[in-house]
Design a protein around this ligand. Structure first.
Ligand SMILES: *[C@@H]1O[C@H](CO)[C@@H](O)[C@H](O)[C@H]1NC(C)=O
Ligand SMILES: *[C@@H]1O[C@H](CO)[C@@H](O)[C@H](O)[C@H]1NC(C)=O
Ligand SMILES: *[C@@H]1O[C@H](CO)[C@@H](O)[C@H](O)[C@H]1NC(C)=O
Ligand SMILES: *[C@@H]1O[C@H](CO)[C@@H](O)[C@H](O)[C@H]1NC(C)=O
Ligand SMILES: *[C@@H]1O[C@H](CO)[C@@H](O)[C@H](O)[C@H]1NC(C)=O
Ligand SMILES: *[C@@H]1O[C@H](CO)[C@@H](O)[C@H](O)[C@H]1NC(C)=O
Ligand SMILES: *[C@@H]1O[C@H](CO)[C@@H](O)[C@H](O)[C@H]1NC(C)=O
Ligand SMILES: *[C@@H]1O[C@H](CO)[C@@H](O)[C@H](O)[C@H]1NC(C)=O
Ligand SMILES: *[C@@H]1O[C@H](CO)[C@@H](O)[C@H](O)[C@H]1NC(C)=O
Ligand SMILES: *[C@@H]1O[C@H](CO)[C@@H](O)[C@H](O)[C@H]1NC(C)=O
Ligand SMILES: *[C@@H]1O[C@H](CO)[C@@H](O)[C@H](O)[C@H]1NC(C)=O
Ligand SMILES: *[C@@H]1O[C@H](CO)[C@@H](O)[C@H](O)[C@H]1NC(C)=O
Length: 838
């Protein structure tokens, strides 16, 4: 390439020159420009990724987008740092840079051999392994690959980075097993900060870890650690931050502390640590976070903790501490987090809490707290409080309930399972999750509730609230996903609760006295998974129009006044997800909806994949952590003849209850389509015809109730193939013939079969005859006496139509010689009846 200077370039060069002179004059030296090969390597690195904003957290931006070939000094690029003497790139910080793509050892990143700091956190490396090429960066002291979708075993090559003092590999899908934690500790005796949250270590904590005297931070949250934790680690002279939270199998005790220990944060929650907390914990002047919740500590809570002046986080929940005074907590006025759940306090709301003006999260659930919620609570941490949990106590109510609860920034309020009386407390509009379920609140729902525009979960179930539901309830549907008003005394019409754009997933208005129609606006609730309106006085016809809701899985309308026939679906794509249907105790007429049996796809699958239970998940940021709460869906459903309150609905439960209506006609063979069904209840209707042998296709069936109908014919012996069948009821029909035997059928009691005068054989006392059928030769046509021959010929066709040949032969073989004329007579009699019935 030739070299020529255009006048323009000359000008530019002169301008640069003068700039240089200027810099030279003002500072004592010139920073060298970055090296071409490093600049090239950086650009190559940039090119190997896609910029994707979903690869990083919300506030991220792509630092590399300012990197340009034309801007020659890579040392000035965003995220790049150079040595001021040599101009080599020694630091690269591409955290939260929206990088998406795989990385391997050929990456140009590993040409940057002078790197001392490398930060790639909060990107998406597409489940890449950490490349073994990392060993080339032998001058690295600081390595942060957290939250970046790396996966697999951490390579042994990382142990060659002998200068490393800072290592952060948190929240990837990484394993540290071969090499494991032991090797890491051996190779890095000077390690200062080690962050391994959610790295799968699955080992014990090596004893030599207590030799890492430079360690200031040791974070081993949720690493699958087990065995005894080396007590010496607590005594490391420089340790400030220690977390081994969420290692349920990790045991250990907390030894005496050295007065000069700089420990600031002691997080042991959800482990099996045991023994007493030492008094010397009160000597740790800098300690400001203590989380020992859900451990196995016992003995007294040391009152020396009252000497700590910096405490902002204290969680003692769920331990075996014996009765002890906690009054010293009143001196901890800087507390943000106070967890005293499940400590058997057995008192009124502790007075010492009154002093705490900066609480963000207060949890006192499950403590046998009694009495009323005192007035001074209204002044407690008014601005700061975000989460208040007083659930599972015996609190009786509020002194002077204010119109709106005073905590202006409250996000979560849990008052469930108390004895609260009086009217419904209304939290501030900031609220996201609110439950007062299972109290004795009375009065109406104030209209003010419609102002709670951030509400995600509202649970007012199991109270004595009454009156009409406010019309404005629909205003909540933009934020609300869980709405439970079960078992109150609400009456009147159900308001139009779903606006367009509704987020509602679960609506339960059951066990009230609601009247009128099912609100048509429900079609706007396109995310609805569960609709429970049972035990009301709803007067409507079958809500076929709900079929458009793509997620609707549970539809419970039991004990209402539904009328009319179900009719035919308007298209083949309705109710695609429905797997629990309960229309029992209504007045539905007409035939069973065989066209729906054809298209209810979710009932035709055995063992569908998904979460364990149906629930709505809520979360909000609380003190820098995600606070998650799950609101499980519940229902009342008749199973095995008993009404059962399901506190949770298993995701894989498939059931249909159409009992106690006025369905007539036959049970269609098509019912065999609903292969996944576990509970089928068609009892107490006007069904006629025979039991379809296609029921044998319902291989998951556990409960079959066909009792109290007008079914006739014999019990199809194929039903003995239903090996999961645990409850079987065909009592009070017009069935005849022998009861089949084998498998589950040998376990059913006589009450399964009673009220069918034509049935015989065990477990009923009516014998089918004196002989054991199976030992006898099959009945031949010649043996049927002349009198009935005519009858037989007449009805043969009918029988074939009804059952097919296989069934006939089965029945014939099963007959008993002496009784066979009798049986045969009933059989034919039935067959004729059957024909007339068509
Ligand atoms: C991510 O990984 C998958 C599977 O290894 C691969 O097919 C895909 O091409 C990768 N995507 C990128 C952007 O590297
Ligand atoms: C490494 O990744 C690059 C793309 O970034 C690819 O071209 C190369 O084939 C990969 N090398 C190996 C050994 O997988
Ligand atoms: C590592 O740093 C030392 C000085 O701290 C330097 O002499 C050496 O060249 C560096 N090594 C590499 C590969 O950059
Ligand atoms: C810790 O270091 C001491 C002396 O430095 C040594 O004697 C001891 O064996 C080490 N302990 C472990 C477990 O490595
Ligand atoms: C407490 O720590 C200091 C400084 O690290 C040390 O000199 C002293 O020996 C330790 N005391 C005990 C009892 O361990
Ligand atoms: C907790 O401690 C009690 C005795 O205080 C013991 O019986 C129990 O087994 C311990 N539980 C666990 C999980 O270690
Ligand atoms: C609190 O500190 C003082 C002085 O340091 C000490 O005398 C007292 O015993 C400590 N209180 C407790 C309960 O440890
Ligand atoms: C609190 O009450 C429970 C149950 O009544 C009892 O088992 C427990 O011992 C009591 N605790 C205290 C500290 O009184
Ligand atoms: C509340 O704090 C004051 C001083 O901050 C203290 O004197 C008082 O004892 C504390 N009250 C309780 C109940 O701890
Ligand atoms: C709440 O605080 C206000 C002003 O600080 C005070 O006037 C009022 O008496 C307090 N109420 C209670 C019940 O402590
Ligand atoms: C209501 O709370 C009581 C205890 O106060 C508990 O026994 C009962 O199971 C709860 N009922 C429901 C439906 O949660
Ligand atoms: C759906 O919601 C809109 C308001 O967002 C409402 O006007 C409409 O009537 C609703 N649809 C039905 C069927 O009620």
């Amino acid at each position: 390439m030739g070299f020529s200077i255009s006048p323009f370039m000359l000008l530019r060069f002169l301008a640069l020159l003068s700039l240089y002179n200027l810099m030279f004059a003002s500072s004592s030296f010139v920073q060298p420009l970055c090296h071409d090969d490093e600049s090239f390597a950086l650009l190559q690195f940039k090119e190997s990724f896609i910029i994707d904003h979903s690869a990083s957290s919300e506030t991220a931006y792509p630092k590399v987008s300012s990197w340009k070939l034309e801007s020659d000094d890579c040392c000035s690029w965003d995220g790049v740092g150079c040595d001021k003497d040599t101009g080599h790139v020694i630091s690269l910080d591409l955290s939260s840079s929206c990088l998406y793509g795989s990385i391997n050892s050929s990456s140009s990143l590993f040409h940057l051999v002078n790197l001392q700091r490398l930060i790639l956190s909060d990107n998406d490396f597409n489940n890449s392994r950490i490349p073994v090429g990392i060993r080339q960066l032998s001058n690295l002291t600081y390595l942060d690959l957290s939250y970046s979708a790396f996966a697999g075993q951490i390579p042994a090559e990382i142990l060659q980075l002998s200068k490393l003092v800072y290592l952060d590999l948190e929240v990837n899908s990484l394993k540290l097993q071969n090499p494991g934690l032991q090797s890491l500790v051996e190779k890095f005796p000077n390690m200062e900060e080690l962050y391994l949250t959610q790295v799968d270590i699955s080992s014990t904590v090596p004893n030599n870890m207590a030799n890492l005297t430079s360690l200031t931070s040791l974070i081993l949250r949720k690493c699958g650690l087990h065995g005894e934790f080396p007590a010496g680690i607590f005594q490391l002279p420089n340790l400030e931050f220690l977390s081994v939270r969420y290692n349920a199998d990790l045991t250990g005790y907390v030894p005496e502390f050295n007065r000069s220990s700089p420990l600031k944060s002691l997080m042991l929650a959800d482990t099996s640590f045991y023994g007493e907390l030492p008094d010397s914990i009160g000597d740790l002047k800098l300690l400001n976070e203590i989380d020992v919740s859900d451990c196995n500590f016992s003995g007294p809570v040391p009152s020396s903790l009252g000497n700590l002046t910096e405490l902002i986080y204290l969680d003692l929940s769920s331990n075996n501490f014996n009765r002890c005074t906690l009054d010293w907590i009143g001196k901890q006025t800087k507390l943000n987090e106070l967890g005293l759940a499940n400590l058997k306090l057995n008192s009124s709301i502790p007075f010492f809490i009154r002093n705490l003006t900066q609480l963000v999260d207060l949890r006192l659930s499950n403590n046998g707290l009694h009495g009323s919620i005192p007035n001074w609570m209204w002044n407690l941490s008014k601005k700061s409080l975000q989460n208040l949990d007083l659930s599972n106590n015996f609190l009786t109510g509020f002194h002077q309930l204010p119109v709106i609860l005073p905590w202006t920034n409250l996000l979560g309020l849990d008052l469930r399972n108390n004895k609260l009386q009086g009217s419904l407390p209304i939290p501030s509009p900031s609220i996201i999750t609110y439950s007062v379920s299972n109290n004795t609140l009375t009065g109406e729902i104030p209209k003010m509730i419609c102002n709670l525009s951030s509400l995600d979960a509202l649970d007012l179930s199991y109270n004595n609230l009454s009156g009409m539901l406010p019309d404005c309830l629909g205003n909540l549907s933009f934020s609300l996903s869980f709405l439970n008003l079960k078992r109150n005394n609400f009456n009147g019409k159900i308001p139009q609760i779903c606006k367009k754009g509704s987020r509602l997933q679960m609506i339960d208005f059951s066990q009230n006295q609601l009247q009128g129609q099912i609100p048509r606006s429900l079609v706007n609730c396109t995310m609805l998974e569960t609709l429970i309106l049972g035990n009301n006085q709803i007067n409507d016809s079958f809500p076929y129009w709900l079929g458009v809701l793509p997620e609707l899985g549970v539809l419970i309308l039991r004990h209402n006044q539904l009328q009319g026939a179900i009719g035919k679906p308007k298209s083949n794509f309705v109710f695609p997800n429905l797997h629990i249907v309960d229309f029992s105790y209504n007045s539905i007429t007409g035939k069973l909806p065989l066209e729906y049996f054809r298209i209810w796809k979710a009932m035709q699958i055995i063992g569908k994949n998904g979460p364990m239970y149906m629930q709505a998940n809520m979360s909000f940021d609380l003190l820098g952590y995600m606070w998650n709460s799950n609101y499980a869906y519940s229902m009342t459903f008749t199973n095995r003849g008993i009404e059962i309150a399901y506190e949770r609905i298993p995701y894989i439960f498939i059931a249909m209850d159409l009992s106690s209506n006025k369905f007539e006609g036959e049970i269609p063979e098509l019912i065999g389509n609903l292969k996944g069904i576990q509970v089928l209840n068609l009892s107490n209707n006007l069904l006629t015809g025979s039991i379809p042998s296609s029921l044998e296709k319902l291989t998951a069936l556990e409960v079959l109730d066909l009792s109290q109908n007008k079914l006739s014919g014999e019990i199809p012996p194929q039903l003995t193939q239903l090996t999961f069948l645990a409850f079987f009821n065909i009592s009070n029909n017009h069935l005849i013939g022998p009861i089949p035997h084998g498998n589950q059928f040998d376990t059913f009691q006589d009450k399964s079969f009673g009220g069918n005068p034509g049935l015989c054989g065990s477990p009923l006392t009516i014998k089918c005859g004196n002989f054991k059928g199976s030992l006898l030769p099959p009945l031949t046509f010649e043996e049927i006496d002349q009198d009935s021959k005519l009858l037989y010929e007449f009805s043969w066709k009918v029988v074939v139509i009804g059952y097919g040949c296989g069934f006939i032969i089965g029945v014939l073989i099963g007959q008993i010689v002496n009784a066979r004329k009798y049986n045969w007579f009933i059989y034919l009699h039935f067959a004729i009846q059957h024909q007339i019935g068509r």
